[in-house]
Design a protein around this ligand. Structure first.
Ligand code: M6R
Length: 360
């Protein structure tokens, strides 16, 4: 069942190249390279998008906001479903709701969808489980096609959601004319090459994570920092670490550090930094200098050739723009996994947690 792996979580992390392959299958036209999303072809392009989700699915939504706003120029509001459902919403003509849920049965997400329904918003569901409540209550369902996810800690599901959301951002951008055919083709080409690159890297990444786990397992707390697309990934890295290793972890947009959290930094409080080679790298670098100046140890997940402060550099190949996230995500997952294994925790069944949260 675990395919020779010690835990479902590790199996599911390692399945991600296939998950990406399956997520794009049939969604990129061979001849034109255009993205084709038949499932939502009848739904309008939103004037404004409300993304409703919880946990890891919420982080995928935060990540997608950057892409949808940049490529499709659609304003996106991303909210945890438990807040969305109890807030006095201001809806307007042209709004559309997008519910993201691996299980398709999360109570708060379903309640949020029902509020969108009462207000006559068209609803797109992005979920993994075929025939789930989210799928049944949506006007159009995009399946993530990740296969069953058994481990309580969600891993491959987020990867599959990011693939679908990236395709959605391209599709809307192309329909609106805000994304050029050349730019879209470059992205889909990169996406098609991604499974191969990831499959050749994952084992190496696991060894790096194992080595770091032996060094950092005594930490009582961790920061995860990133900017831009790295900021929701930082939240996800922190969530993964805390839920399976029970180490206190906080994910922050790196620029927020000096507004308070940096007070916590000392030699016992390490930082895991997401530092891709992009236009925000100098900004991340100066945040890390501030961490180092206070004696904080730094693991920098980065690309070859970057110049940033760190105690441990963890280099992964550069894919370009949004595609880099698909290598950073498994690195964060593997780091949390190896930390939990090293500490002897019950990785697949962490305490106090259920796979699907079907009650409020
Ligand atoms: O099934 P859903 O995607 O709606 O689940 C949402 C969260 O409960 C889920 O992502 C949770 O945060 C995971 N344990 C994270 O690893």
């Amino acid at each position: 069942q675990k395919g020779g792996f010690k835990h479902f979580m590790l199996k599911e992390i390692m399945e991600q190249p296939q998950v990406i392959q399956d997520g794009i299958a049939g969604r990129i036209d061979d001849a034109t390279q255009e993205v084709v999303l038949d499932e939502i072809a009848d739904l309008p392009i939103p004037g404004r998008l409300h993304i409703i989700a919880c946990g890891t699915s919420f982080h995928a939504g935060l990540w997608a906001k950057y892409l949808i706003e940049e490529w499709a120029r659609i304003p996106v509001q991303v909210e945890v479903a438990s807040e969305f459902r109890y807030r006095q919403q201001v809806f307007q003509e042209g709004d559309l709701a997008l519910a993201i849920s691996q299980s398709g049965e999360t109570a708060d997400t379903l309640a949020g969808m029902r509020i969108a329904r009462e207000n006559n918003l068209p609803i797109v569901g992005l979920c993994n489980v075929v025939g789930s409540s989210v799928a049944r209550e949506s006007d159009g369902t995009m399946y993530t096609q990740a296969g069953p996810e058994i481990s309580v800690a969600s891993t491959k599901a987020m990867c599959s959601q990011m693939v679908a959301l990236l395709l959605l951002a391209i599709a809307w951008g192309r329909k609106k004319g805000t994304l050029s055919a050349e730019a879209a083709q470059q992205l889909t080409g990169q996406l098609q090459r991604l499974p191969h690159t990831l499959s050749t890297e994952l084992e190496r990444m696991r060894h790096a994570a194992q080595r770091l786990a032996t060094q950092f397992s005594k930490a009582r707390s961790f920061f995860f920092l990133g900017r831009g697309l790295g900021s929701p990934l930082a939240l996800e890295g922190a969530l993964k670490l805390k839920e399976i290793s029970y180490i206190h972890a906080e994910g922050y947009a790196a620029g927020e550090m000096k507004h308070g959290p940096i007070a916590l930094i000392d030699s016992e409080f390490p930082t895991f930094a997401l530092a891709p080679q992009d236009s925000l790298l100098p900004k991340v670098g100066s945040n890390l200098q501030e961490v180092q100046a206070r004696g904080g140890k730094i693991i920098a997940l980065t690309h070859p050739g970057t110049d940033i402060p760190s105690d441990e550099r963890w280099e992964v190949p550069q894919m370009g723009s949004a595609l880099d996230s698909f290598l950073f995500l498994p690195a964060l997952q593997l780091f949390a996994y190896e930390m939990a294994v090293y500490l002897g925790k019950d990785v697949d069944q962490p305490r106090n947690l259920a796979k699907s949260v079907t009650v409020e």
